[in-house]
Ligand binder design. Structure first.
Ligand code: FE2
Length: 389
């Protein structure tokens, strides 16, 4: 038996934000960050909520790679306001803080790290609305969140059905002013998630089609938006693709792009999308030994390989397509090329290996890495060497 989870409602397209006026509720608490506030999006959302007679309050203190103490601070304000609506307005970090704070609102003493599918958590006081302002993580359509453990500096990968938003509002006008670097980074996250989602061990009939379609859209529209940030039609497609990618992977799960990516982000503070994007071609090479058939099928389904290409050739076409895309998006191909020195790498190597080994997602990868594989993989990723083991 398996389950497919998605938001109860996805509102998309220009002016989707106007749906805020239709939502029933009396007291709305908005979680966001300073950039979103400065761009004026917070005011727009607060106005729409007030126009429909709601009392409002907000927390704008979210930072990227959000640490647990920020979540606790947000939850404290949320509890004091006692809302019936919790609204996340921002990128993946903001949405993740909104999701976890909403759980802490009703379970204040629950350790964040213990938010797992097996935890008996049931939320009754608030409804969660997610409004993504980047086109990447798809957190508006997932039952997952990532929060940094300040003591250990590792990332906690949390999953629970109560982390799934009730409504996701996918309004492309919020992405109009995203700088190309953020477009590139968040778009690579959506891509890595869609490809992982198709190839992991929990792949299934319900998520496979979403992974294929999200990947086709991202490959078509991400370079367009990067080249021309004013191409609004492409922005809209990319924004939709990110939510589709989120809905896809959260029903099949992620692979080693995210165990390595999370470790790299935790240690070197490199943006999440850059980390998982950088790992992606290596993860495909690593999987070829056991799972070229999966990647071959996928490459043919998304139309970059021919029906008569063998699995290995089709898989290599996928890898090369990603290398080409990364070059277009000016994303370095290795840690060394990113600017990490030998010294920095060696000093942090043990943590990189440990964090990766501790990640929950390795077991879902089509080829599950051994501890030794992880140690070796990091050395290849640093140097930019093709995986040959
Ligand atoms: Fe991600």
């Amino acid at each position: 038996m398996w389950y497919f989870r998605a938001p109860r409602l996805i509102v998309f397209g220009e002016d989707a934000l106007n749906h805020l006026k239709e939502i029933k509720g009396h007291r709305a608490f908005v979680v966001t960050d300073k950039t979103i506030a400065k761009l004026g999006f917070l005011d727009i959302v607060l106005e729409k909520l007030k126009a429909s007679g709601k009392e409002v309050a907000f927390f704008d203190g979210v930072i990227s790679e959000p640490p647990d103490d920020i979540v606790q601070a947000c939850a404290k304000q949320l509890r004091a306001f006692n809302p019936d609506l919790v609204i996340g307005l921002g990128g993946g970090s903001v949405l993740d803080v909104a999701k976890v704070s909403r759980i802490l609102n009703e379970y204040p003493d629950h350790p964040i790290i213990d938010i797992t599918p097996l935890t008996p958590i049931s939320i009754s006081k608030t409804t969660l609305i997610a409004i993504p302002t980047t086109s990447g993580t798809g957190s508006d359509a997932t039952w997952a969140a990532v929060i940094t453990d300040t003591k250990d500096r590792n990332k906690m990968e949390l999953t629970h059905p109560e982390l799934m938003p009730y409504i996701s509002i996918v309004d492309p006008s919020l992405t109009k002013s995203l700088p190309p670097k953020v477009t590139a980074s968040s778009g690579m996250d959506a891509l890595a998630q869609a490809i992982d989602g198709y190839t992991v061990q929990w792949r299934n009939d319900f998520s496979n089609g979403l992974c294929i379609h999200a990947t086709r859209m991202i490959l078509a529209y991400l370079p367009k938006v990067y080249e021309n940030p004013d191409d609004f039609k492409a922005r809209e497609k990319l924004h939709n693709a990110a939510t589709i990618s989120g809905m896809a992977w959260s029903n099949s799960f992620l692979g080693i792009t995210h165990s390595f990516g999370h470790a790299m982000g935790a240690v070197f503070k490199i943006p999440h999308g850059i980390t998982v994007g950088m790992v992606l071609p290596y993860s495909i090479e690593f999987a070829m030994k056991t799972s070229a058939d999966l990647y071959g099928d996928f490459s043919r389904a998304i139309g970059i390989a021919n029906p008569n290409d063998n699995d290995k050739d089709a898989t290599l076409k996928l890898r090369d397509t990603i290398w080409k895309l990364m070059d277009e998006l000016e994303i370095p191909r290795s840690l060394k090329a990113y600017g990490i020195t030998n010294d920095e790498f060696e000093k942090n190597y043990d943590d990189l290996v440990r964090f990766t080994q501790e990640s929950a997602v390795n077991i879902f990868n089509c080829r599950e890495p051994t501890n030794q594989d992880i140690e070796q993989f990091w050395k290849y990723l640093f140097e930019g060497k093709s995986i040959d083991f």
